[in-house]
Write a protein of this length. Structure first.
Length: 433
């Protein structure tokens, strides 16, 4: 068994070290040019550069009276980051930055608290841009294949990387890194950010433990994957979880997790393993739960079928603009999968397979909210009937633009509570008015 406390301590000390690295880098940049190597990639006095930086950093540590166990290793790691990440090292270490975007060598942007900012760093040339991407991939055991124009990768710390090269990228190669956030990983973190209410947390815990099939919908970057991660964290230990993702982002803390990641085809379109194939395979792996990172195509059909044949407790995310839109998108995915099913049959399948819809929304102030939780209550003809269980009601903006509002529960308890009662359980009806 893993010790959750130990895990937590390990997490917070890694967090502190990362923070210290960032502070040192900021101080370092005040006294010397840590980017020198980047602007002089062919320099032969690399060792000198390293010595200079190490000496300066050691000086800063002494000044701050910081004593570190394994100081050498700590400094080596910082040097390594500088050497690989050059102009984006600061953004990478900055705990307030959630995303880093290079748009051609001249322009680098970061996202903080949901807002975009251009940073002063730049790359000396397009070649340096490509070299930067190559370096990052290389240190994460990936290479850029000849002739490839787009690449998706996962970095060893759980961050997600996407690169697009010329000529597809018109004004120079583009790089997007979505950093793995250590600070938003559990429900408490989400409540602290007003993403949902404590009552909703209590509810979703019951929903996950009761093996409901859940779809999280929302726009790009609205926090779907983060929500899926939090939902999955309520899967009880002792169940076998299989995860299937395009790029493995989920960070589950349970012991028994089998993770699978899509393999993209090579540039001749050969040798790939897509999500639907992984999904079908997962059914032969005795799963208690199947968590699919994002549902985009043919796999929708396989998922619905599995959910309808007793594989309950599965979860996924998909791109959608509202709770209702989740159903429409799902329907379209199945219709487009090419099995020739009539629309009514697809709707029936959706209506019986899915139990809950979670809709995530990203607001102009950068906040993300679970704007509704909707229960699918049944079918009327070929119309799927739903009931909203929680909604966020916006009540204006404060002076600084922060969205104000409240999460309101429905007046009626969810239908699935009836089933729980029949099973002799006592679901939290008091959450509903
Ligand atoms: N509740 C939240 N509050 C604030 N920031 C959040 C929240 N949830 C996620 N984020 C941040 O927003 C960014 C996008 O989150 P996430 O990857 O979960 O979104 P997504 O909807 O899955 O995005 P995509 O559409 O690209 O798959 C990340 O930087 C993440 O840390
Ligand atoms: Mg996502």
């Amino acid at each position: 068994m893993s010790d959750p406390l130990k895990k937590k301590n390990k997490r917070s000390s890694a967090h502190l070290l990362q923070r210290l690295r960032y502070e040192l880098l900021v101080q370092l940049d005040e006294v010397m040019d840590s980017q020198w190597l980047y602007t002089n990639p062919d320099a032969d006095n690399l060792d000198e550069w390293k010595d200079d930086i190490t000496e300066t950093l050691t000086g800063i540590l002494r000044e701050r009276k910081v004593k570190l166990r394994g100081e050498d290793k700590f400094l080596r790691e910082l040097l390594r980051i500088l050497q690989i990440y050059g102009p984006i090292s600061g953004a990478l270490l900055d705990p307030t930055v959630s995303e880093i975007m290079i748009v051609g060598p001249e322009k680098i942007y970061v996202e903080r608290e949901g807002k975009l900012d251009r940073i002063p760093q730049r790359l000396p040339s397009e070649n340096a841009s490509i070299q930067l991407i190559r370096n990052i991939l290389h240190h994460n055991h990936r290479e850029i294949e000849e002739g490839v124009s787009m690449i998706d990768a996962r970095l060893s710390d759980g961050s997600r990387l996407n690169a697009v090269f010329a000529p597809v990228a018109v004004e120079g190669s583009m790089l997007t890194i979505r950093k793995f956030r250590q600070d938003i990983i559990n429900a408490t973190d989400l409540v602290d950010r007003d993403t949902l209410s404590p009552a909703m947390v209590e509810f979703l815990q019951v929903a996950v433990e009761s093996h409901l099939n859940i779809i999280v919908g929302g726009g790009t970057g609205s926090g779907k994957t983060t929500m899926l991660n939090v939902l999955s964290s309520y899967i009880p230990e002792g169940e076998r979880i299989i995860t299937i993702e395009d790029t493995a982002e989920l960070q589950l803390s349970q012991d028994h997790v089998g993770r699978m990641e899509v393999m993209p085809p090579n540039r001749f379109g050969e040798g790939g393993v897509p999500i639907d194939q992984l999904f079908r395979n997962s059914l032969r792996m005795r799963p208690d739960r199947i968590v699919v990172g994002e549902c985009r195509g043919k796999e929708a059909f396989d998922m619905l079928q599995a959910m309808n044949t007793g594989h309950d407790g599965s979860m996924t995310t998909l791109h959608a603009n509202s709770a209702r839109d989740i159903l429409t998108r799902l329907e379209n995915m199945v219709l487009m999968a090419g099995y020739g099913l009539p629309t009514e049959a697809v709707r029936r399948q959706i209506g019986t397979a899915i139990h809950l819809l979670f809709h995530m929304r990203r607001f102009p102030d950068g906040s993300r909210k679970l704007s509704s939780i909707t229960e699918i209550t049944g079918l009327q003809g070929d119309t799927i009937s739903t009931q909203e269980l929680f909604t966020f009601r916006e009540e204006g903006r404060s002076a600084d633009g922060t969205v104000q509002g409240r999460f309101l529960p429905a007046s009626m308890a969810p239908k699935f509570f009836d089933r729980l009662r029949e099973e002799g359980k006592s679901p939290p009806v008091e959450l509903f008015r």
